[in-house]
Design a protein around this ligand. Structure first.
Ligand code: GLU
Length: 551
């Protein structure tokens, strides 16, 4: 046994698997050449970030479009930062958005395990081999020694880091390494770089095109003192053995790419294709900045769910920021499923996608407007059950009644669009329920100031005597015209405008007074239908109640 074998054996006495064994266990996937294997690799350290949903949507669609495979791998090697339950929540939220992995740490699959904490046997195998080849070595430098070295480098104005002459442990003899380990010193394992900082390497990113980056020359840590791998090394081993073809990840990883390329090349493994996705940005006081977990509620996918945005609204919005030609396609194909659109890496923005909450709202409004009543009601109910008890009790008090309200002006070519989110339901139609309508404390009735209390009273009294609800919508409106004319309002807005002095107001003003009295609002969905759903008795009761406060 050579000294290097002895060292490797000392560090990994129990690792008996070989790289060849792993190659056999995880053979190349049986897919066509054009099929993409992509993944989402979250760390279970908190909520699902909007940027991560975006990245996983793109990864998922690219795999599905090419009849490939999309999997979710849990990057749980930083156990101090782990938040229990967050991994399951991440997967559940992805499922809600239809991003359902073919393989994952929950469902399993042939290339598992899918949690890095369970893949130590893979990392150990590869590191053992690297040590034997002389491509990796234990480093015993303490935190203080590394800090001191950094100060020295700063003073000398040389590149910081563990490389070349500064890589002290690289120069230890294998015997020295062995005896330090035997003496119980703690250590990490570093990869021995062959790169030079002066060299440039040409690489091609699927989204960013050809790039020139500085070659890696750092002896990076690949295994931490706790025996778990760093991101760089786990990426190498996992994406190789899980046979990922396209690494779709945030552009914050682009600077580390030279490290990853050196690792793949040294192993003699085929490099995957890299696709560095734009980071989601926000405009604040005219300046772009990253959507921040700390500052921006919309950085969390839960924010949208709790506020009742429809899933398809959020997804469609993400498609618009994913590909610059999506909106054009949508205009040409208004009724097609959004996933009939083929995403491409070429049409991805390069300089950060700008997140526009107003646009999410307007797309969501379209989606909610286009839903049929049954679907709307069942989705509203599901939302209310999880997030909005007040809405739930309203809906459950009489589901039919709720559905009749929701059905007003729904369907047809130009459906009414009242709601950006399910949370808007109560503010828009709460007045249809007595418990909201009769909350009058401090309420300021939005009647036009030019009408006196007496005039308002008179309008209400006139209507009360003949509500006309049995006449049908056209008959009802004809009746309103006659009623208004009987007390000095013009049944024609045009005539009123020609000769304002001759009238108290016009038919619209007359109807508005009734609308406000019945709904507390000066705009509602189709008023005749509102009145019909409320029913004549209820309408009269409300009008009388308003009259009583006008006295
Ligand atoms: N766990 C890494 C992250 O959350 C994954 C990056 C990658 O996709 O490779 O940023």
């Amino acid at each position: 046994m050579t000294k290097l074998h002895e060292l490797a054996q000392l560090i990994y006495p129990n690792s008996t698997v070989t790289i060849a064994d792993l190659e056999a266990k995880y053979p190349p996937r049986d897919l066509s050449d054009s099929a993409m294997v992509t993944r989402f690799a979250p760390s279970p350290t908190g909520f699902l970030h909007t940027g991560s949903l975006f990245a996983s949507l793109v990864s998922y669609r690219m795999a599905k479009q090419s009849q490939g495979v999309f999997f979710v791998r849990l990057e749980d090697t930083d156990q101090k930062r782990e938040i229990s339950g967050s991994a399951e929540q991440l997967i559940n939220q992805l499922h809600l958005f239809g991003v359902v992995p073919d393989e994952s740490f929950l469902s399993g699959g042939a290339y598992g395990p899918y949690a890095q904490s369970e893949r130590k046997f893979c990392y150990d195998t590869v590191i053992k081999e690297l040590i034997i080849r002389g491509d990796a070595y234990p480093c015993f430098c303490s935190h203080d020694e590394l800090t001191e070295m950094r100060y020295k480098q700063e003073a000398l104005k040389v590149n910081p880091g563990y490389y070349g002459q500064y890589a002290t442990c690289r120069r230890l003899t294998t015997e020295e390494m062995i005896s330090k380990i035997q003496a119980g010193m703690t250590y990490v394992i570093r990869f021995k770089s062959h790169g030079k900082h002066e060299n440039k390497i040409a690489i091609s990113d699927e989204i960013r095109g050809n790039l020139e980056l500085t070659e890696n020359d750092q002896d990076i840590v690949i295994m931490k003192t706790d025996g778990l791998p760093t991101y760089h090394f786990a990426h190498l081993v996992d994406d190789h053995f899980m046979r990922t073809t396209h690494i779709t990840r945030g552009e914050e990883w682009l600077p580390s790419l030279p490290i990853h390329l050196e690792l793949f090349d040294r192993m003699n493994w085929t490099r995957p294709k890299y696709c560095h996705l734009p980071v989601i940005m926000k405009l604040e006081e005219g300046r772009r900045r990253k959507l921040s977990k700390r500052k921006d509620p919309e950085a969390s996918v839960s924010f949208f769910l709790e506020a009742g945005y429809p899933i398809e609204g959020i997804l469609e919005y993400l498609m618009t920021i994913a590909n610059s030609n999506f909106e054009e396609w949508r205009i040409a194909n208004p009724t097609l499923d959004m996933f009939d659109f083929s995403l491409t890496f070429q049409k991805m923005t390069l300089d950060g996608a700008l997140f526009d909450i107003e646009k999410v709202q307007s797309i969501s409004k379209e989606k909610l407007g286009a839903m049929d009543s049954k679907m709307f009601v069942s989705r509203a109910l599901a939302y209310a059950m999880q997030y909005n008890k007040e809405l739930l009790s309203i809906i459950e008090s009489d589901v039919d009644y709720f559905e009749r309200i929701i059905a007003i002006e729904r369907g047809g070519e130009k459906p009414r669009k009242d709601y950006n989110t399910f949370m808007d339901i109560l503010p828009v139609i709460g007045f249809m329920y007595d418990e909201y309508y009769y909350q009058w404390d401090g309420f300021v009735w939005p009647f036009q100031e030019r009408f006196t209390k007496d005039q308002i009273h008179l309008v209400l009294q006139t209507y009360l005597q003949n509500p006309g609800l049995s006449l049908g919508e056209v008959g009802w409106f004809e009746n309103i015209k006659e009623l208004c004319a009987s007390i000095g309002f013009s049944p024609s807005v045009k005539d009123y405008k020609k000769n304002k002095e001759a009238y108290l107001g016009h038919v619209g003003d007359f109807a508005e007074i009734i609308r406000i009295a019945v709904s507390k609002k000066n705009s509602t969905p189709n008023f005749f239908q509102i009145l019909s759903i409320l029913g004549e008795e209820n309408v009269k009761k409300r009008i009388r109640a308003v009259q009583s406060i006008l006295k």
